[in-house]
Design a protein around this ligand. Structure first.
Ligand code: IVH
Length: 716
C-alpha cells in the first residue's frame, strides 16, 4: 500500500470502557471497510500498510477484549478475503436450491402425508427415506469432466456462484480425479464444506496469539478460509467436505439417494457416517432425537437433519415447488434462546411504506451468532394484544428497558418470545407508536386493511411514492444483488444520489453515465475516477436483464423472487407480461383468469399487480425504465415432449395420479396447466364427474382426452 501520514496513538484498549470500546469498534469497522474497498476494489489505497495494520491490530484487540462485538459481518470475519466480485462467476448447469423446513413432528407427518397424496400411495405402501445430518457449512458444487475436477463453485444466489476451484483443490476430502472406471463424462458432485469445531477453536487460538482477528463460529471461519485469493492460506486451514447431492450427471450410476451416496464414497469422497435409511415416520423422528442427543459431541456443527425420498424415480415425479424439492425436508433442531436487555425501539420504514418496529438489544450470543436487533413486528405485538403476536407469551407486553428472552431458529429473524417481568425496572418505558412517518413529509401513519376489509395490525406511511423513505427503499431493492445486482451501487450510494436529486427513480440509474459531464461524480469525497469508471461499467453490464429479475426489481408488493419467476415463466416475455398487467389494471376478466391460472399466483398477487399498474406514476416509471434496458425472455422449460407449449386443463376425478402431480408433470414437460377453459386451451383432460369445464371445452371446440389418452400422449 502507498505510504502516507501516521495516525496519532489512541488510548490503551485495556483502559476502554465497554461503551467507549463499542463506539470505537463501530468507527474502526467503517474505516477498515473503506480502506479495504480502496485497496481491493479501487486499487487505490489511501493509507500505508503499517497504518492499516495498526487499525486492524487495535480492532482485533477490541474484539479480543469484548468478543460479544464479533458478528458475522465484522471485518475480522472477512480478513484477507477479496470482496465479492473478485472471483469469477460460474453459472450452475442445474440450479442449487434449498430445503423447506420442518420444526415440529407434525410438520414431518404433513411432509410424508403430502408425498403419499401426491404419488397416490396407499397407507401401507413403504416409503424409504435417506436421513442425514444437516451440516452447517457452505454448499459447494464440484464439476468433474471425464473424471477430472474442472470447477468448484459456491452456491451464490442458486443460479450463479463464485469460482473457488483453486482453493477447493487444497481440500483432502475432494478428489482431483474420480476413482473407478466408467465414471460419467459429466458429473457434478455437491455437498458441504465445513470446519471442525476443534479446528475452529485451534485456529482462533493461533489468530489470537498472532494478534490476528478471531472468527465468530466454524461456519464463518470456513467461509473466510474459502474466500481467500491466496490458496496457500486455504491450504493452511483444515476444511472438510461431505458429499450428499449432485447437479448435472450425464449418466446416473444408481437409482436411490443412499446408493448414490455409496457411489460417491467409491469415487473417493467422504460421506457422513451417520446417514441412515429409514422406513417410516417413527424411524425418522427417532433418528432426529438420536442425532440431537449426539449433536454436542459431534466435531462439526449441524442445525438439523434432512429427510430425502430414497427412490430417485419418485424424487423425479415429486419435482420442485419454486425453490425447494417436494421430496426432501430439513427437520431443524429447536430454536436456541437467550436472555438480554431491550435498550431501545426504532421504526424502520420499508419499501412498501410498512412500519416495522426494531428492538435494539444489548448484544447477546444465540446459537453461534451475536444478535443485536430483533423484529417486534407491529404495534399490537409490542402491546401484547394479539395480531401477529402469537410468538410472544400470552399476557406479556414489551417495554424499553425490559429483560427479554429471544429465540433464533435457523435463518429466521430472531423473535422476542417472553419478557422476564420480575426483572422489569421501574424506569421501563412504554413505547408509543408514531402517528407520523419519520420522513421529512411527516405523512400520517395508517393501519393496513386485511383482505376481509378489517383493520390489520400493520401500520403504513400514507405517503406512497411521495415518501422519500419508500422511494429510497425501492431503489435499494432495485440495485440489490437479488434484483439488478449493480456492483458499487450500495445502500449508501443510493441514499446519497437520491438526496442529491440525481437518482429519483430506477430509470435514472441508467442515464447517470450520460449526465455525468454535469454531475461530476468523481468529485464526491472518497469516490475517485476509478470508482466512477467501475460503477458505470457495472451499470452498462446490467442493462441486459432476465425477465424474472426485472419483474422482481419493480418492487410490487407480494411479488418476491419466487412469484416473479412464476410470472416470468408463465408469460415468457416482457411484452406479454406487461400487456397482461395493463389489462388486469382495467379489470379485464380474461386477463385476470389467465394470471390466476398460473402456478403459485393467486388473488393477493393479482390485486397487487392491479394496484401497481393502475397508478399512472408507476406506469411512467416502468415506461422510462424499459427504454433504458433490454429484458431477456424467460427460459421456457426445455422439453421436446409433444405437449410442450400447449395449454391443458384437468377436470373431474383423476384415477392414476393426483391433480397436483398431473399439473406438475404437465409443467415439467413444458405445458401450461390452466385453471379454466378458454379458446386458447389446447386439451381438456376429463375424468369422471367432469362438469362445466367439459361443456366449455365442447363450446370452444377444444380436444378432450381421457386420463389414459393423456398419459399415452406424454409417454407414461
Ligand atoms: S440436500 C435441493 N443434504 O442445507 C437441495 N443439504 O437448507 C439439496 N445441507 O443448501 C440439498 N446438509 O447447503 C442437503 N445432508 C444434506 C445437507 C444439506 C446441509 C445444506 C445445503 C443446502 C441447505 C438447505
Amino acid at each position: 500500500m502507498a505510504k502516507t501520514a501516521k495516525p496519532k496513538s489512541p488510548p490503551d484498549v485495556a483502559k476502554l470502557t465497554k461503551a467507549q470500546a463499542k463506539v470505537e469498534h463501530m468507527r474502526l469497522t467503517l474505516d477498515i471497510e473503506r480502506h479495504d474497498k480502496a485497496y481491493y476494489q479501487d486499487d487505490a489505497p489511501k493509507i500505508s500498510d503499517a497504518d492499516y495494520d495498526a487499525l486492524r491490530k487495535r480492532f482485533n484487540a477490541i474484539e479480543e477484549k469484548f468478543p460479544e462485538f464479533v458478528t458475522g459481518d465484522s471485518p475480522s470475519q472477512k480478513i484477507g478475503a477479496a470482496p465479492s466480485g473478485k472471483f469469477k462467476k460460474v453459472r450452475h448447469a442445474v440450479p442449487m436450491l434449498s430445503l423447506d423446513n420442518a420444526f415440529a413432528e407434525a410438520d414431518v407427518l404433513d411432509f410424508v402425508g403430502r408425498i403419499r397424496r401426491f404419488l397416490k400411495l396407499g397407507d401401507d405402501e413403504r416409503i424409504d427415506f435417506s436421513a442425514e445430518p444437516k451440516i452447517d457449512g457452505l454448499s459447494m458444487s464440484l464439476r468433474y469432466e471425464n473424471g477430472e475436477l474442472v470447477t468448484a463453485a459456491t452456491r451464490g444466489d442458486g443460479a450463479e456462484g463464485e469460482d473457488v476451484t483453486a482453493n477447493i483443490r487444497t481440500l483432502k476430502d475432494v478428489p482431483q480425479k474420480l476413482k473407478g472406471r466408467n465414471v460419467p463424462e459429466i458429473c457434478e458432485v455437491r455437498g458441504e464444506v465445513y470446519m471442525t469445531k476443534q479446528a475452529f477453536l485451534a485456529l482462533n487460538e493461533r489468530q489470537k496469539a498472532a494478534g490476528e482477528p478471531i472468527f465468530a463460529n466454524p461456519r464463518n471461519s470456513a467461509a473466510g478460509s474459502l474466500r481467500q485469493k491466496d490458496s496457500s492460506i486455504t491450504a493452511s486451514r483444515p476444511l472438510g467436505f461431505f458429499a450428499y447431492a449432485w447437479g448435472q450427471i450425464s449418466a446416473m450410476p444408481e437409482d436411490t439417494q443412499s446408493a448414490m451416496v455409496g457411489w460417491f464414497e467409491r469415487c473417493g469422497f467422504r460421506t457422513n457416517p451417520l446417514t441412515k435409511v429409514c422406513h417410516s415416520v417413527e424411524q425418522l423422528i427417532a433418528f432426529h432425537r438420536k442425532i440431537e442427543q449426539q449433536r454436542a459431541g459431534l466435531d462439526y456443527d449441524i442445525d438439523g437433519v434432512v429427510y430425502k425420498i430414497d427412490r430417485l424415480d419418485w424424487q423425479e415425479r415429486l419435482g420442485f415447488v419454486s425453490r425447494t424439492p417436494r421430496w426432501a425436508i430439513a427437520h431443524k433442531f429447536p430454536a436456541e434462546r437467550a436472555m438480554t436487555v431491550l435498550r431501545d425501539i426504532e421504526i424502520q420504514v420499508g419499501r412498501t411504506g410498512s412500519f416495522t418496529p426494531v428492538g435494539k438489544l444489548e448484544p447477546v450470543g444465540v446459537g453461534g451468532v451475536i444478535v443485536q436487533n430483533v423484529s417486534l413486528h407491529n404495534e399490537d405485538y409490542i402491546k401484547g394484544i394479539g395480531g401477529d403476536g402469537e410468538q410472544l407469551r400470552e399476557g406479556r407486553d414489551i417495554r424499553i428497558g425490559d429483560t427479554v428472552i429471544i429465540q433464533r431458529a435457523g435463518d429466521v429473524i430472531p423473535q422476542v418470545v417472553d419478557v422476564v417481568i420480575d426483572k422489569r425496572p421501574k424506569t421501563a418505558k412504554e413505547f408509543h407508536f408514531p402517528k407520523k412517518c419519520p420522513c421529512p413529509l411527516h405523512t400520517d401513519v395508517v393501519r393496513e386493511e386485511t383482505a376481509a376489509g378489517e383493520e390489520s395490525a400493520r401500520a403504513r406511511c400514507s405517503g406512497e411514492f411521495a415518501c422519500p423513505y419508500q422511494t429510497i427503499e425501492h431503489l435499494k431493492l432495485f440495485a440489490s444483488r437479488r434484483a439488478f445486482d449493480i456492483e458499487g451501487l450500495g445502500e449508501k450510494q443510493i441514499a446519497y444520489f437520491y438526496e442529491q436529486g440525481w437518482v429519483k427513480e430506477p430509470g435514472d440509474i441508467f442515464t447517470l453515465p450520460a449526465r455525468n459531464t454535469k454531475l461530476k461524480l468523481e468529485q464526491i469525497e472518497g469516490y475517485g475516477e476509478t470508482s466512477v469508471r467501475n460503477l458505470f461499467a457495472a451499470i452498462e453490464e446490467r442493462r441486459k436483464i432476465s425477465l424474472e429479475r426485472f419483474i422482481f426489481a419493480l418492487g410490487m408488493r407480494h411479488v418476491g423472487e419466487t412469484t416473479a419467476l412464476a410470472l416470468a415463466r408463465g408469460y415468457g416475455s416482457w411484452k406479454a407480461f406487461h400487456d397482461a398487467c395493463l389489462k388486469v389494471a382495467k379489470d379485464d376478466e380474461e386477463a385476470m383468469a389467465e394470471m390466476d391460472a398460473l402456478d403459485q399466483i393467486g388473488e393477493t398477487v393479482i390485486a397487487s399487480i392491479k394496484a401497481y399498474f393502475s397508478e399512472s406514476h408507476n406506469r411512467g416509471i416502468v415506461e422510462r425504465l424499459t427504454r433504458e434496458v433490454t429484458i431477456v425472455d424467460a427460459e421456457k422449460p426445455k422439453s421436446n415432449s409433444a405437449v410442450a407449449g400447449k395449454t391443458v386443463v384437468f377436470t373431474g376425478a383423476l384415477e392414476k395420479m393426483t391433480r397436483d402431480e398431473a399439473k406438475a408433470t404437465a409443467e415439467r414437460l413444458g405445458a401450461k396447466a390452466a385453471g379454466s377453459v378458454s379458446k386458447k386451451t389446447d386439451y381438456v383432460v376429463a375424468g369422471p364427474g367432469a362438469g362445466s369445464k367439459l361443456a366449455e371445452a365442447k363450446k370452444h371446440g377444444v380436444a378432450v382426452l381421457t386420463e389414459d389418452e393423456w398419459l399415452a400422449m406424454i409417454g407414461q
